[in-house]
Design a protein around this ligand. Structure first.
Ligand code: NDP
Length: 401
């Protein structure tokens, strides 16, 4: 019986709230708070039965957060607002000695750069306060870290290469839309690529390296090497990794739109003056693009996200592939969300459940791969994310090299 405060009533917040609401034995009291109260109320009305309390909060404002936490007294705060709010929410949790969980690492607004250093710096203070922060508990980061920990625990003596492969083979019927917050998504894709090799980071131009990779039940899709945040924690927590890369699929149409938007300056985060007002082009672009939470209805096709790993077991080379496929339409039937919000919100709920039921415990700041992967893996299929594995097979990522 625990109280949870969910911050952020967007695509992912909707999924976390609805999934928590179905588990009164774990989440006895739920509050959903966000910048726009109406969005919280809409979700609470859809759930019904007064299961979800709502509040307006500006998560950039620590005193406001502290006031809300002191009033509701949650055991844990689930942060599914934006990466810009990670530090203010972590500060408020520290001040009120409340456990914390998020799905994306901190990013300053004025630099398109994300890394764990800012949040890892809270470790000693969280430890002293006797509370726990779980970082990056969505799908990627999140399940990909748990998959890697599970592989390392059960199938390998040492893991040597890791390729995280993320395919969205869905069609939402819009000319151009992003599946999670457009601002964060475009900042991620338009920055340089980066991967880990032989003890150092190798940098590439944005979307420079790409190749077709085959995905289960989907087939081959052009996949682009990106820098993704879980690579940073995984190479730290699995020092035997000689190479770690992240691949994501994009269709030609998506890339064409993105190129045009970039060429005309719409993806810039440098403010420009328009009719006497300073505006950030990317923030303006976000305002005119569809909201991720609005894409669910009629979205067809599936996502496939997994980890392809090579290493050794009992002196022999071994390969391993573990993945989940998630159908957009099935996600919509379940919680009125598309699969990208679904595959993020369900692991966030499971992570909160792990902490609140004592399956994951600790004092300080942790990435998901530092915990026992087994109870989390056991819950994934139960809440709509079945996973599959293959051992000692040719890895699809190795094919069109
Ligand atoms: P949305 O844009 O749909 O939702 C974000 C929500 O946060 C909105 O409701 C927004 O309010 C609210 N918010 C923004 N700023 C504030 C603030 N200052 N105070 C209070 N609330 C605020 O994004 P998503 O739901 O798609 O994404 C949520 C998070 O999940 C992001 O951090 C994203 O990076 C992460 N993510 C992680 C993934 C993973 O696999 N690990 C995958 C996908 C997303 P308003 O409605 O008023 O704008």
């Amino acid at each position: 019986m625990s109280k949870v405060l969910i911050i952020g009533a967007g695509g992912v917040g909707n999924v976390v709230a609805r999934k928590c609401a179905r588990l009164p034995e774990v989440f006895s009291d739920i509050m959903l708070a966000s910048r726009t109260l109406e969005k919280c109320e809409q979700i609470a009305r859809a759930v019904g039965g007064d299961r979800i309390k709502t509040a307006r909060v500006d998560a950039d404002n620590v005193p406001e957060l502290v006031h809300l936490i002191n009033k509701f007294k949650p055991d844990m705060v689930v942060n599914v607002a934006l990466p810009y709010q990670d530090l203010t929410i972590m500060d408020a949790c520290l001040e009120t000695r409340t456990h914390y969980l998020d799905t994306a690492n901190y990013e300053p607004r004025d630099v398109a750069k994300f890394e764990y250093s800012w949040q890892w710096a809270y470790h000693d203070r969280y430890k002293e306060a006797g509370i726990m922060a779980i970082l990056g508990c969505g799908f990627d980061p999140g399940v990909t870290g748990v998959f890697t920990a599970y592989a390392a625990k059960h199938y390998f003596d040492e893991i040597h290469t890791l390729d995280i492969v993320d395919c969205n083979a869905g069609d939402h019927g819009k000319a151009f839309a992003t599946n999670f917050n457009p601002e964060i998504n475009i900042r991620e894709i338009t920055q340089n690529g980066r991967y880990w090799e032989n003890g150092k980071w190798v940098e590439t131009k944005p979307l420079e390296i790409h190749r077709p990779i085959a995905y289960p039940e989907i087939g081959e899709r052009e996949s682009y090497l990106l820098y993704h945040e879980e690579l940073e924690s995984l190479v730290k927590n699995f020092p035997s990794l000689k190479r770690a890369r992240f691949w994501m699929t994009f269709g030609d149409q998506y890339i064409n739109f993105l190129n045009v938007l970039q060429e005309v300056g719409m993806t810039s985060i440098k403010p420009i003056n328009f009719k006497g007002v300073d505006i950030v082009p990317l923030e303006f672009l976000k305002a005119v693009l569809p909201e991720p939470s609005s894409l669910g209805e009629g979205y067809k096709g599936m996502t496939s996200i997994g980890c392809q790993i090579k290493g050794v077991k009992d002196g022999k080379e071994r390969t391993y592939y573990v993945w989940n496929n998630c159908d957009h339409a099935a996600a919509y039937r379940d919680v009125q969300a598309q699969a990208v919000s679904f595959t993020t919100g369900v692991p966030a709920m499971i992570g909160a459940m792990m902490a609140l039921t004592g399956k994951w415990s600790g004092e300080g700041v942790f990435n998901v791969e530092e915990f026992n992967p087994d109870p989390f893996m056991a819950k994934l299929p139960e809440f709509g994310l079945p996973w599959h594995e293959q051992v000692d097979i040719p890895l699809p990522v190795e094919k069109n090299r």
